[in-house]
Write a protein that binds this ligand. Structure first.
Ligand code: SAM
Length: 226
């Protein structure tokens, strides 16, 4: 995503009622932040938030949190929200590395990663949001039956991700290299901004759905405390 310093973005975020400003204060209490308690789903790296807001409008019985680290990008989402507010969405201007401080164990029911930055250089692999470094973090706050859904058009990143999920003991429930021609996996698909842009160019979209490892897996493997 091209980044420009957008004038007034930080000020708008600071005073927006749609942004949670001290999210760690809500750790373990996210249900109380929303008008009604409901399963909590989050998108990490939501960009301008189109996917999240469309999901929220389609699923009023689910609560959503969109996480984006750049204020200039999040600001675009806020503008959309101001035009058409949805009650079951909040935004966080946060880096994904901080999420363990923000969500308590089992607090999140689903994680969406859409068109995450590929970080193609090997030495940056740890920064990929599907790297084992992040999977180990997600496992700490995703519910026992929680799912992670990942979409991208970047085949090397997708292949890397499949390996990382397997290595970390996640159960791959489904995956496809051509989502838009897979009638089962594409059912109910909500397109993201990047998805629309890349599929219009003819790029096939890849998607995987994975379930977090069972509790106690590390102890079973004799890795406890290591
Ligand atoms: N999900 C959107 C879509 O599919 O249209 C945006 C995709 S864009 C390529 C990736 C977004 O993830 C960018 O806005 C970027 O700032 C954000 N991002 C990347 N790494 C992040 C991190 N560690 N924490 C939070 N956001 C991140």
């Amino acid at each position: 995503m091209r980044l420009r310093n957008v004038k007034g973005a930080q000020e708008a975020i600071d005073k927006s009622p749609y942004v949670i400003h001290s999210p760690a204060d809500w750790k373990g209490k996210w249900q109380e932040a929303f008008p009604s308690p409901a399963p909590l789903q989050i998108e990490i790296g939501m960009g301008k938030g189109r996917f999240l807001m469309e999901m929220a409008a389609l699923h009023p019985d689910t609560n959503y949190i969109g996480i984006e680290r750049y204020s200039s990008v999040l600001y675009r989402g806020l503008q959309k929200m101001e035009e058409e507010p949805v009650p079951n969405v909040f935004f966080l201007c946060e880096d994904a590395t901080n999420l363990e401080e923000i969500f308590a164990p089992e607090e999140v029911d689903r994680i969406f990663l859409n068109f995450s930055d590929p970080w193609p250089k090997d030495r940056h692999a740890k920064r990929r949001l599907t790297s084992r470094f992040f999977l180990q973090k997600y496992e700490k706050f995703l519910s026992q039956d929680g799912l992670l859904e990942f979409k991208t058009d970047n085949t090397p990143l997708f292949d890397f991700s499949l390996e990382e999920f397997k290595e970390e003991g996640w159960q791959l429930l489904a995956f496809t290299y051509d989502l838009h021609h897979d009638s089962e996996m594409n059912r109910g698909n909500v397109m993201t901004e990047y998805e629309e842009r890349f599929s219009a160019k003819g790029n096939p979209i890849h998607k995987l759905v994975a379930k977090r490892p069972a509790e106690g897996r590390q102890e079973e493997n004799g890795q406890a405390g290591s």
